[in-house]
Design a protein around this ligand. Structure first.
Ligand code: ADP
Ligand code: MG
Length: 926
């Protein structure tokens, strides 16, 4: 029924009446009742991938294909036990893989819940934020730039509201919205008094009443499946898939080559063949794909715990190779909790820091009403302007003094609080100076204004960036009264405030012709106003940011500030935080505009502070950094930040203050808007890659050991050191869980002292290839030696094979420990710092030794108990791998390789400290 109503043809009053609501919003009780009636405001999303698909996915790897072929071959030969064993390996692998992939999937889904959209509504007459899911028809919704419209709305009022409706129309030019009704037959694209679910507010403000939700909305009707967020394969997963193909190929080729050689030499083909199959199973690192997914998922969860939500797993790895972080100032480096510190009017500075304010006449309401605006003391005129051209709302007086004294833009809030100290209350002021029109603040406009009726005439009251405001003025309020504008004097005063790290706003007022009073568009560039004064606001730097920036520098990561604020303010804060010394150059948006891409490319290498930057210019800065080969993480919160967020390798959006548009364009979202969190995420990203490398090194080096044993035995004309079934067993007790457990390794302490990982560096670093070769040889030699020795000493081939197998099992479980750090000694790490791994290793050894005594496994594996006197020999031989790798680590700490990420930590390379060359002083823009 509701669907047939032409809401766009009704007047606002009719709409409100039919929906049984008012501008005060619904009562909570009534909203709950309607939620029952209409259901949640959701459109079904694509279902998660089915279990079957996830299970099948586990078999999609060349490594697994080898195992499948091996199973077929053994089945063809009628070796059912071997076939069974290979299938056991496959099943265990698929089960583990499925389990971990489900977990990863779930982890990402639950992270997405953090990011589910919210809506600002009025309920019970007060403004609040609720999950967009619980919107109901009749709710009053507030819109501002950057919001994705949360339901279908009939607009009640608009202020320069522009909406991008490309979801429907494909037309990305934003349309102007107005609350006036349109004829009933108007097509959707022209219903200017409606705002539809899924469209984007690009600028302005608006208030609308919800007319339909969920499936009943226009978007819901076109049965649009909300973006099915399947996780695409990450670059790292692709890199690993390539690597896996390569490994599979190497294994196949070597086994075929060696077997052919053996056959030519006259070995029994069937046995050789079975051995080759077993060897393939033992060598192939079939767990690798699981480890990749698991490590990324574990790290995504670790990041979430540190308040960084990744929107897709690929972000985890890219974060780890970040070389430059471009950060906003306000809200990210600072707290975005503004307080007015100083007010400059008629060359007099009033300091707000002392409780005892300079005497400014504190006018009563009636005195205010009686005095002409132009007769008010200059400081009061500044404050009146600040309170009227203001979008925040002060909380009731009893709530003031608590953390948040109201809602809205912190700059605006600070002005309301400052006004209140002089008895200037917005409601009272509005009754004296009724507001006729308003221009809301947009970052690219850099000012906000209202038109009020003052002393019977429309007066434009503006506040914003001082240069911007000065451009509108021709006179100013000097100590001598109204005189022609002295731009230099005012800019000098602004500069003085800015140098103390204060955000500076200028204020102006001026009469405008009546005919302009209500046409906002004609008001955007007023002139002939009177400059009233300046206000300096203090926004404290966030705790911990200084330390986080220092840690970036020692991690070889540059930090660059990109702000819309004044150059001097930016320079002062940058100096305080250690981003760049005060004397270092600051590039302003205006200067940037004049540079060619080439020039900008060379300048971004020296400049760390960008001020008065337009959001669009952020994109150019990101591109210039990328052209220099940097991996860039950049923060953003506004609508116009989206292109930069998308272009950067890592787009970082603000979870609290950011817009929906920025969040949707980002790769990670900070739930606390804090710079420190970015650095934490980078650290986790580095840790993820490090763990992946450790697991890979372990798998590849143990595989290499097997790969070396095989040709040697064949070429030397020895009996094969293992039965084929033993090779399958070996695979189980050495790689079954250990590789996966590597995902839970804690981060190494030196992680943030390494330089950023070059993205071109392969899966393993040269250092680890070196160690792979070395330890593969040691394990192969040790196993062959003890096999030969036992065979000679006992004359029993079965015992010699049992001993060789056991030695290899212990070798590989020792190698797990070696793999835990690339340069740190194993003996400096507590075995309990990765309990999963410790348990896996202990369990593997117990299971293996147990198997030597259990009749069933004795029969299947053809193993037997090992005499006590041989055990010390096994342990001794197996320990050589510990000794050799320890020595290699020590050598590489002494003589680090320059080409390997892991050793960059001990290289003590020059860190990327801020540039020190003295340059031109940050000057106020003229
Ligand atoms: P930042 O990069 O520090 O977040 P913004 O883009 O928010 O900077 O603001 C840029 C400039 O716009 C500020 O330096 C200030 O001069 C002006 N400004 C900021 N907030 C407001 C506001 N609420 N009203 C008027 N002007 C503002
Ligand atoms: Mg801002």
């Amino acid at each position: 029924m509701r669907d047939t109503v032409h809401w766009h043809a009704l007047t606002v009053a009719e709409t409100l009446e039919r929906l049984g609501t008012s501008l005060d919003g619904l009562a909570t009780r009534e909203a709950e009742r309607r939620l029952q009636q209409f259901g949640p405001n959701e459109i079904e999303t694509a279902p998660p991938p089915s279990l079957l698909r996830i299970i099948l996915h586990q078999f999609k790897s060349p490594l697994i294909y080898i195992l499948l072929v091996a199973a077929l071959v053994t089945a063809g030969l009628g070796e059912w036990i071997d076939t069974g064993a290979i299938f056991a390996v496959l099943l265990i692998n698929a089960a583990l893989g499925t389990y971990h992939e489900l977990r990863a999937e779930q982890a990402i889904r639950s992270l997405m819940l953090y990011l589910s959209p919210r809506a600002r509504v009025i309920r019970d007459g007060v403004e609040r934020e609720i999950p967009a899911k619980s919107l109901v028809p009749g709710d009053i919704v507030l819109l501002e730039s950057g919001i994705r419209v949360p339901a279908d709305l009939r607009l009640v009022s608009t202020t320069a509201l522009m909406v991008d409706e490309s979801v429907f129309t494909g037309e990305s030019v934003p349309v102007v919205k107005r609350p006036d009704p349109v004829p009933p037959e108007t097509p959707i694209a022209d219903r200017v008094c409606m705002a539809f679910l899924g469209t984007i507010v690009t600028s302005g403000r608006g208030v609308g009443v919800v007319v339909s939700t969920g499936r009943a909305t226009e978007l819901g009707k076109i049965a649009y499946l909300a973006r099915a967020e399947t996780q695409p394969q990450t670059p790292l997963e692709r890199q690993f898939a390539r690597f896996a193909r390569l490994v599979a190929l190497v294994v196949l080729v070597s086994i075929v080559a060696i077997s052919s050689f053996g056959v030519l030499r006259g070995d029994e083909p069937a046995l050789l063949f079975k051995f080759a199959v077993g060897a393939a199973v033992a060598i192939v690192p079939e767990g690798l794909p699981i480890v990749v997914t698991l490590v990324l998922a574990v790290s995504a969860q670790r990041m979430a715990r540190r308040r960084a939500i990744v929107r897709h797993l690929a972000a985890v790895e890219t974060l780890g190779s970040t070389t430059v972080i471009g950060s906003d100032k306000t809200g990210t480096l600072t707290e975005n909790r503004m307080t007015v510190r100083a007010l400059w009017a008629a060359r007099r500075v009033i300091s707000f820091e002392d409780e005892q304010l300079d005497p400014v006449p504190h006018l009563s309401f009636s005195a205010l009403r009686e005095t002409a605006f132009s007769d008010l003391p200059p400081a009061l005129r500044v404050l009146v302007t600040g309170v009227l051209a203001n979008e925040a709302t002060l909380a009731h007086s009893e709530e003031i003094g608590q953390e948040r004294a109201g809602i809205g833009d912190p700059t605006d809030l600070a002005l309301l609080i400052a006004g209140a100290r002089f008895g200037l209350v917005r409601e009272e002021l509005e009754s004296i100076y009724p507001i006729l029109a308003e221009i809301p603040f947009e970052p690219e406009r850099r000012f906000a204004a209202v038109v009020s009726r003052i002393d019977g005439k429309p007066v434009f009251l503006a506040k914003g960036a001082p240069e911007r405001i000065l451009d509108m003025c021709s006179t100013w309020v000097s100590p001598e009264g109204l005189v022609p504008l002295d731009r230099e004097a005012i800019l000098a005063a602004a500069h003085q405030l800015a140098q103390q790290g204060l955000r500076v706003l200028g204020f102006a007022a001026g009469e405008i012709p009546f005919e302009h009073a209500e046409r906002i568009e004609s008001l955007l560039e007023p002139s002939g106003l009177t400059f009233l004064g300046l206000v300096g606001l203090w926004d404290p730097p966030r705790a911990g940011v200084r330390e986080a920036i220092a840690s970036c520098h020692s991690a070889g990561i540059r930090v660059v500030m990109i702000t819309g604020d004044h150059a001097a303010t930016a320079a002062a804060i940058a100096d305080f935080l250690g981003i760049a010394p005060r004397s270092s150059p600051v590039l302003t948006g205006r200067e940037l505009q004049r540079l060619s891409d080439e020039e900008l490319r060379s300048i971004v290498q020296q400049v760390s502070v960008f001020a008065r930057v337009e959001p669009e210019q952020k994109l150019r800065i990101v591109r210039a950094l990328q052209a220099n080969g940097e991996t860039v993480a950049v923060t953003g919160d506004g609508v116009n930040d989206a292109p930069a967020l998308r272009a950067a390798e890592i787009g970082v959006a603000m979870g609290k203050s950011g817009t929906d548009v920025a969040r949707e364009a980002a790769d990670i979202v900070l739930t606390d808007d804090n710079f420190v969190t970015i650095v934490a995420a980078v650290e986790e990203g580095r840790g993820a890659f490090d763990n992946l490398r450790k697991a890979t090194f372990f798998l590849i080096s143990t595989g290499a050991a097997m790969l070396f044993v095989l040709p040697f035995a064949v070429l030397a004309g020895w009996p094969l050191p293992f039965y084929p079934a033993q090779l399958l067993w070996l695979n189980l007790v050495t790689n079954g869980l250990q590789d996966v457990a590597m995902a839970f390794e804690p981060k190494e302490p030196g992680l943030m002292r390494r330089r950023p990982r070059p993205r071109r560096e392969g899966i393993l670093s040269p250092l680890l290839w070196e160690r792979t070769l070395l330890s593969g040889l040691v394990m192969a030699a040790g196993t062959l030696w003890i096999f030969d020795w036992t065979l000679r000493a006992s004359g029993s081939l079965d015992l010699a094979r049992t001993v060789a197998l056991t030695t290899m099992v212990i070798f590989q479980n020792f190698q797990v420990g070696n793999a835990r750090s690339s340069i740190r000694s194993l003996f400096r790490m507590s075995p309990f710092s990765n309990r999963v791994l410790f348990a896996a290793v202990i369990a593997a050894i117990i299971v293996h030794v147990g198997a030597l005594y259990v009749p069933l496994t004795q029969f299947v594996l053809r193993v037997e108990p090992i005499p006590l006197d041989i055990w010390p020999r096994i342990i001794l031989v197996a320990s050589t791998i510990l000794a050799v790798v320890e020595v290699h680590k020590w050598l590489r700490r002494r003589w680090p390789r320059r080409d390997s990420w892991e050793t960059s930590e001990v290289l003590g390379e020059p860190t990327r400290r801020p540039t020190m060359q003295p340059a031109r002083q940050a000057t106020p823009e003229a």
